[in-house]
Design a protein around this ligand. Structure first.
Ligand code: SF4
Length: 299
């Protein structure tokens, strides 16, 4: 490093924790919006997370899938010389988040109150979900443990291809993505380096008896069929929540998909209802702006 892909990411606002790894953070749009007194993201509505105190990070940008709907440049490898130690990530969070939010400083921006700015500089939530597959990072359990011990709530989003690692991780809320109702659709939509469908099914079952959520990204015309098969997989998992979320036509996914692949909220809601009707889950909440519906297990 520095490499061309990392330079591009840096220009996009990524803050790297070290020069030789791809561990990085980048505040999401909602963090900045909340800081200026605007709306918070749907995770505030569903789970009480304060967006301006949330750090979105990843311990690695490597991934073992090339999902068509991914917003990152999956066609381009991001080189990683070595993994960043968990202690370095943990120690760098506040400094890098402050750097990433520079310009939103209460003194410079009169839409940001002193109180919100102070809160933003002491984050209390970590979303391990920026980009890349976090379970490819060998020290993920330690990293989560460091944040948990310091009082952060931790959300970890995995593509489910690595159940062995998932079983060793204990975030506050564990997410596993389910992007297809069957193997064939999974292979064509997620384009994994190797067929991981059976491992994803194993990961889903690991969600029982813990605070957990399944993320279904609905791509119109590609995976928005067979709600009863999604329902069967969800039922077997025992996950606490399911988020059925419409694909958003953003970032590099625009090179692979079209605007027509983005379902309207009404379509997302109708599909979520069909899933709920076929398993022991009920609709708990929804957010039209983010085109997401939250289901909750009834028993
Ligand atoms: S698993 Fe996640 S990071 Fe990897 S390609 Fe798919 S959406 Fe992108």
């Amino acid at each position: 490093m520095p490499s061309a892909p990392c330079d591009t990411l840096r220009r996009q606002g990524y803050q790297f924790f070290s020069r030789t790894s791809t561990a990085a953070l980048k505040p999401c749009m909602w963090c900045k919006r909340a800081l200026t007194g605007g709306d918070m993201c749907y995770k505030h509505q569903f789970y009480g997370i304060a967006s301006h105190r949330c750090v979105q990070l990843t311990p690695t940008l490597r991934c073992n899938q090339r999902c068509l709907f991914c917003w990152r440049a999956v066609e381009e490898d991001v080189p990683e010389e070595e993994e960043c130690p968990p202690e370095t990530i943990f120690a760098g969070v506040q400094k890098l988040q402050k750097r990433a939010l520079a310009g939103y400083n209460a003194v410079l921006d009169n839409t940001v109150t002193e109180e919100l700015w102070k809160e933003a500089l002491t984050p209390n939530q970590v979303a391990i979900s920026l980009s890349g597959e976090p379970t490819l990072y060998s020290r993920l359990p330690e990293l989560i443990c460091l944040f948990n011990s310091a009082g952060y709530t931790t959300f970890m989003v995995s593509n489910g291809t690595n159940p062995a690692m998932l079983s060793r991780c204990h975030p506050y809320q564990q997410y596993v993505s389910l992007a297809a109702p069957d193997r064939e659709t999974y292979l064509s939509l997620c384009r994994p380096f190797e067929d991981s469908w059976d491992r994803i099914r194993e990961s889903l079952v690991l969600l029982a008896n813990r605070r957990s959520a399944i993320r279904v990204t609905l791509v119109a015309g590609l995976n928005d069929f067979a709600p009863e098969r999604y329902a069967a997989l969800i039922q077997d998992s025992g996950a606490m929540f399911v988020e059925v979320k419409g694909y958003m036509y953003l970032g590099y996914s625009r090179n692979r998909l079209t605007r027509e692949n983005m379902p309207e909220h009404a379509r997302v809601r109708a599909f979520a209802e069909l899933i709920a009707a076929a398993c022991d889950y009920q609709i708990r909440d929804e957010n039209r702006l983010s085109r997401v519906v939250c289901l909750e297990r009834m028993t």
